[in-house]
Design a protein around this ligand. Structure first.
Ligand SMILES: Cc1ncc(COP(=O)(O)O)c(C=O)c1O
Length: 422
């Protein structure tokens, strides 16, 4: 018998190319993936928060097909082309105007661009990020990440200096949100006093909703506190919305819920529904001070990927964004109902279709195995869910913004049974 795709993968790829499941996915449509053995599975992973308007959405694919017949690559450093301009103009407007854009391919690449911008325009060296944050796998973004020491451990000598401070985490610390915000901001002030003066810090990098770290929304007061300190000290405030952006949290960008506006916004994942594209959207005055030669790249802003992103915007505007809020609320209510009856301490959180359910034992230790059991039981019943959190004790739900109420209900039915097993 010939080896399965999973068996071939084990031979062809290193352990570093780790996967959440053994599934071999051969096709996908809407909220479903189909495996090589013919299983049709409700997909609450979305390729890790990428297929934000559902697999192969017809409006996206129509634009992609038209673009394929017209122009596949020009090179943004050779010449400009219509989708590159049209998408950048849309992003500037969505981010509130007075912004400029730099396109790249992956989240890490765009975030690294944001950090390079901050270092260049401030002439400073200090960088601050937060524990539980995940920002990517390049050397620069590995340095910024602090959601698992395994991500950084093998590379310490090559990582630029970044300091990681606490991110508000009320449930884990059994504190109120207000107390957590006060504690974390006081820690930042102390850091400026004792470790690195604020006027040596180039950027603060933060996820408005931590992804890998546990689908943990930052309280608005925390983001306001960061904004206020960045204004006072001339620090560039970078919001990593690679996972929370482009409709996933029920707003175009998750930060819009807080009213706090960053100097630089980084987008990737859901922006082009599966085509590799990322964007740095930053304050026009800062961007204007970033000279020719200071940044670049070959594939960024690929015409087909930009066409896909324009299609995603069309779908979000045509109702998917509103749907993310209503179907997300339905899921969240259903999850809260299920969680109430579990023999665990639970925290159901998140916004839109970016929802997490944290499970802890009665002594408040993370219920890691329970989450693994729920995932396995759900998959057995036809629902793909991943986990997150620094202890991997958070169920991580990221269906498409186009999920129907019936699909949400069938996921809740499966989860209700799977969680009883746990
Ligand atoms: C918040 C956040 N930042 C950055 C990244 C890195 O993005 P990419 O894997 O596209 O480089 C990710 C990927 O999971 C992410 O979730």
């Amino acid at each position: 018998m010939s080896p399965t795709l999973s068996e071939q993968a084990a031979r062809l790829f290193p352990p570093a190319a780790a996967r959440h499941t053994d599934l071999a996915i051969v096709s996908a449509e809407g909220a479903y993936v189909t495996t090589d053995d013919g299983r049709v599975i409700l997909d609450f992973a979305s390729g890790v928060a990428v297929t934000n308007v559902g697999h192969g959405h017809p409006a996206v694919m129509a634009r992609v097909r038209a673009q394929l017949d017209t122009l596949v690559h020009a090179g943004h450093n050779v010449g400009v082309y219509p989708t590159y301009i049209e998408l950048a103009a849309e992003l500037v407007e969505l981010a509130g105007g007075d912004r400029k854009v730099f396109f790249a391919n992956s989240g890490a690449e765009a975030l690294e661009g944001a950090v390079k911008l901050a270092l260049h325009v401030t002439g400073r060296a200090g960088l601050i990020a937060f524990k539980g944050g995940f920002h990517g796998r390049t050397l620069g973004t590995t340095a910024l990440s602090a959601s698992a020491s395994a991500y950084r451990g093998g590379y310490l000598a090559a990582l630029p200096a970044v300091n990681h401070l606490d991110y508000p985490s009320a449930f884990a610390r059994q504190e109120t949100e207000e107390a957590e915000v006060r504690r974390c901001l006081a820690q930042l002030d102390e850091y400026f006093d004792l470790v690195v003066p604020a006027d040596r810090v180039a950027a603060i990098v933060v996820e408005p909703i931590q992804g890998e770290g546990g689908y943990l929304p930052a309280p608005a007061a925390f983001l306001r506190g960061l904004r206020e300190r960045c204004d006072r000290h001339g620090i560039v405030l970078i919001f990593d919305e690679i996972q929370s952006g482009f409709g996933r949290a029920g707003d175009m960008f998750a930060y819009q819920d807080s009213g706090v506006v960053p100097d630089a916004l980084v987008l990737a994942k859901g922006i082009a529904n599966g085509f590799p594209l990322s964007a740095l959207v930053a304050n026009a005055e800062l961007m204007q001070r970033w000279p020719a030669g200071a940044h670049g790249g070959t594939f960024g802003g690929n015409p087909v990927a930009c066409a896909a992103a324009l299609g995603v915007l069309e779908v979000l505007r045509d109702g998917a964004l509103a749907n993310a809020r209503t179907v997300g609320a339905r899921l969240r209510d259903g999850l809260a109902d299920i969680a109430r009856h579990l023999p665990y301490r639970t925290d159901v959180r998140g916004r839109g279709v970016m929802l997490g359910v944290e499970l802890r034992h009665n002594d408040h230790t993370p219920a890691v195995e329970a989450v693994a059991r729920v995932r396995a039981a759900a998959l057995e019943s036809g629902l793909l869910v991943l986990s997150c959190g620094v202890h991997r004790n958070v169920l991580r739900l990221m269906p498409p913004t186009t999920l129907t109420a019936a699909e949400a209900d069938s996921a809740l039915d499966i989860l209700a049974k799977a969680m009883t097993v746990a």
